[in-house]
Design a protein around this ligand. Structure first.
Ligand code: SF4
Ligand code: MG
Length: 336
């Protein structure tokens, strides 16, 4: 089995004063060894919640996985006791976040923070932990690692801090690295360096990467496959080239049309998709994109579309691609 991770029928809900928010509403996908999967969509589409669910990092008092399965190397994570899950976090599946400042401790040296994880997970001596810390800083492209280990967070630039976060995430050699908007807080030049770093790390370590982003430029540079999410569901999934050159879902097409082009005249306004995502307190009965979709049919507002194969590796969830709807449309046009 080359699927490292299999997510099936995942539902996640949050409790709020106003009621229950259905943030993730039936998500399926898999991740192979050594591949990079991008999860894209607007904020609130459920991409971060999906990632946190894999890590089982949804705080119990606010939300929970209400249905579905997350198999990691064939083992069910949804029902795994917290103690066992804790030993998987960091050592098997690791996650990095957007903002290094809030994830790292400013009062400890970088060395102490990196070595802490090594000692906790591997039960090795301090000198062995230090040797590994030096090695990992070299892997993430930080020069003079020996002296850098003695420094504090404020002594590093934004890009360097993100490299340290990546180092900490990789230090126990996880099989999966989940990166939630890892370049969003950085300027464009540094973003490009961090994306290159992910690629180098993958070549050297074979780690599988799930990258969560709203930036299609990042996706184009790094992903093998893409999940496009909308209102808590995957609406289109496929190889990166298919998604960019043969998109089928009206939402994917809208996202691509709103992507800034490097060669574009900066004075031409972008075309973001008009409207806003639906309220997930009470998701629509039909297609969640219907209110914003130029192609919406009668059936779209009444019934959820089902996933249809575009090719063996490319699936879309839209009535326009559903053979049953196409037949119905043809008979409508025939009878006038
Ligand atoms: Fe648009 Fe209908 Fe497809 Fe939804 S199912 S994206 S409303 S055409
Ligand atoms: Mg997010």
């Amino acid at each position: 089995m080359d699927n490292l991770l299999e997510v099936k029928g995942l539902h996640v809900a949050f409790k709020t004063h106003g009621g229950e928010i259905k943030a993730v509403r039936g998500v399926d996908f898999s991740l192979k060894r050594g591949e990079t999967l991008a999860i894209v969509g607007e904020s609130g589409c459920g991409k971060s919640v999906t990632a946190r669910s894999i890590m089982r990092l949804i705080p119990e008092h606010v939300g929970k996985i209400t249905q579905g399965s997350i198999l990691f190397k064939g083992e069910e994570l949804v029902t795994l006791p917290e103690k066992e899950m804790r030993s998987k976090r960091g050592s098997e599946i690791s996650m990095i976040f957007q903002d290094a400042m809030t994830s790292l401790n400013p009062t400890l040296t970088i060395g102490e923070q990196i070595m802490e994880g090594i000692i906790r997970h591997q039960k090795v001596s301090r000198s062995e932990a230090k040797r590994q810390a030096v090695e990992i800083l070299q892997l993430v492209g930080i020069a003079n690692p020996e002296s850098r280990l003695k420094q504090y967070l404020y002594q590093f630039s934004g890009g360097m801090r993100q490299r340290i976060m990546i180092a900490i995430a990789l230090v126990c050699k996880p099989s999966i690295l989940i990166a939630d908007e890892p370049t969003t807080a950085l300027d464009v030049t540094i973003q490009a360096q961090i994306i290159d770093l992910f690629k180098t790390i993958q070549q050297k370590t074979g780690v599988s990467i799930i990258i969560i982003t709203h930036d299609l430029g990042v996706v184009a540079k790094i992903a093998d496959r893409v999940n496009v999410m909308y209102a808590g569901k995957v609406v289109e999934t496929g190889p990166v080239r298919e998604i960019f050159y043969n998109p089928q879902h009206p939402y994917t097409k809208g996202l691509l049309a709103s992507m800034p082009r490097l060669d574009a005249d900066r004075n031409i306004p972008l075309s973001p998709i008009p409207g806003t995502p639906p309220d997930l307190f009470a998701p629509p009965v039909g297609c969640a994109f219907a209110a914003r979709c130029d192609y919406a049919l009668e059936v779209c507002r009444k019934h959820q579309p089902e996933q249809t194969d575009v090719t063996a590796a490319h699936q879309v969830t839209c009535w326009l691609q559903d053979p049953r709807a196409q037949k119905a449309l043809q008979s409508l046009t025939k009878t006038g």
